[in-house]
Design a protein around this ligand. Structure first.
Ligand code: FMN
Length: 328
């Protein structure tokens, strides 16, 4: 029996559901030095901001038990340099490219989104409204109305590029992950009117990414100083995986299943089983970040493992297993 891993992310067709997560794989296809990028479903760029940023001082990446912690602080070249130096190279990347965007105001997000929309080969943008390591980083992603207003401002400048939104795991506090995710996908649920650029586009986001790092802190007990120069950081890796699985499960059952909104599971995918868990919880695709620091070739092993799993489950397509967790 032939099985397929091909994945439809709101019309963006990936050869398989394994993507490289924002900020962990360079700007574009730098991972090509160690793995065959065309065998990966998609790469997500480092988050690009309106102005260049140096990020936080070191230490800004440390190890933790079952995890790593980072406070990079969105170090990046800024949108002008991205458009000048990297945009012309996007079409040559041998897989799908998703452009990650971060910002500190609605205007910041709109400026970078409009620039990325003009790059033919960028299939989707991913709004990072969930960075724990910069002032105002999680602001937009923690309040439904603010998020809906951001979406309604970005949506009209995207003439052909799909709109993904990446939320924070702490949105699971109040008011809860489901209303936040719904505000991104259906801005009118938060009382905001949104007009897409084209007749076939949704008023809100096309897909929701769950999730970014978990705010965290580590202290050196000998020096009594925080281990990260930023004092706090974001936890990633296996330690956060079960948290992210529940977020995907909650949002899938909450509204994504009924509205056919694809979810992207992010957090602690090291092995194929972690990716398979996300799929069963309701994710259409997964992103891998911390795993690349452990074994940069691990995404290829995850793709292979998923292929065997789909076959062993008696499915012909991985899409048959999305949300297929047996709850009773
Ligand atoms: C060093 C590092 C840098 C990151 N930079 C970004 C970034 O620029 N934009 C973003 O949206 N997420 C960023 N993230 C978060 C990851 O994309 C991902 O959401 C998170 O690490 C959880 O996935 P993982 O457990 O597979 O690493 C970064 C994570 C790490 C470890």
């Amino acid at each position: 029996m032939n099985t397929t891993l091909s994945t439809n992310l709101a019309g963006l067709n990936l050869s398989n559901p394994v993507m490289l997560a924002a900020g962990t794989a360079g700007y574009l296809d730098e991972m090509g030095d160690v793995l065959d990028v065309k065998k990966i479903g998609a790469v997500v760029t480092k988050s690009i901001t309106a102005k260049p940023r140096d990020g936080n001082a070191t230490w800004r990446i440390i190890e933790s038990r079952g995890a790593m912690m980072n406070a990079v602080g969105l170090a990046n070249m800024g949108v002008d340099a991205f458009m000048r130096d990297l945009a012309p190279r996007v079409a040559a990347v041998p897989t799908k490219v998703v452009g990650s965007i971060s910002g500190f105001s609605v205007e910041d997000f709109v400026t970078v989104a409009a620039a990325m929309d003009s790059v033919e080969a960028i299939g989707a943008v991913e709004l990072n409204v969930s960075c724990p390591n910069v002032h105002l980083g999680v602001e937009f992603g923690s309040e439904p109305k603010l998020l809906a207003e951001l979406i309604s401002a970005v949506r009209p400048v995207l003439t052909k590029t799909r709109l993904f939104v990446k939320l924070s795991p702490i949105a699971a506090g109040r008011p809860g992950i489901v209303p936040i995710a719904r505000a991104a996908v259906e801005p009118d649920s938060a009382g905001v009117n949104s007009q897409p650029a084209g007749p076939n586009q949704r008023p809100g986001a096309d897909a929701v990414c769950l999730a970014n790092t978990m705010p965290a802190m580590a202290i050196d007990v000998h020096t009594r100083k925080p281990r990260l120069s930023n004092i706090t950081g974001g936890l990633s890796g296996p330690a956060i995986h079960p948290i992210a699985v529940k977020l995907v499960h909650d949002v899938y059952r909450g509204f994504a299943k009924d509205t056919h909104t694809p979810l992207i599971g992010i957090g602690g995918v090291l092995h194929w089983e972690d990716a398979a868990e996300f799929i069963l919880a309701g994710a259409t695709a997964v992103e891998m970040g911390t795993a690349l620091f452990v074994d940069p070739r691990s995404p290829l092993a995850v793709v292979k493992g998923l292929q065997k799993w789909v076959h062993a489950q008696g499915a012909t397509s991985i899409s048959e297993l999305i949300g297929a967790v047996k709850l009773a």
